[in-house]
Design a protein around this ligand. Structure first.
Ligand SMILES: [Zn+2]
Length: 114
């Protein structure tokens, strides 16, 4: 009997633990997130030497703008972020854009909140 009681307590603890986890969902800022406070940066690029960052002011302005993704690479590419991209970033959506072609190649650049 004693052993069975222990098992029942354990099961109850596991269920409570699962319920606790479900309480924390992703924050829905309604247009306010780290993109609007800290700006944006490059996420995954197939060449990790390339990178870029942009200030929160650019996200707030939401105007189409070109960015260099040179980073520590020896050559440079440019990406263009549009008003639509900035709107997606404000809503917490990750944006992927193609860079310009340099040295006969280009990159898919992921843009995330900084
Ligand atoms: Zn490149």
């Amino acid at each position: 009997m004693k052993r069975r009681d222990v098992l029942q307590v354990s099961a109850a603890t596991v269920v409570l633990g699962l319920l606790d986890c479900s309480g924390s969902g992703p924050p829905d800022g309604g247009g306010t997130n780290t993109c609007t406070t800290s700006g944006i940066k490059s996420g995954v690029i197939d060449d990790p030497a390339h990178s870029f960052t942009a200030p929160a002011a650019d996200v707030a302005a939401g105007v189409t703008k070109n960015y260099s993704i040179k980073g520590t690479q020896l050559h440079d590419h440019t990406i263009t972020l549009t008003a639509g991209h900035f709107a997606q970033l404000k809503n917490g959506t990750t944006v992927s854009v193609m860079s310009t072609v340099t040295n006969a190649h280009q990159h898919t650049v992921q843009v995330v909140c900084a």
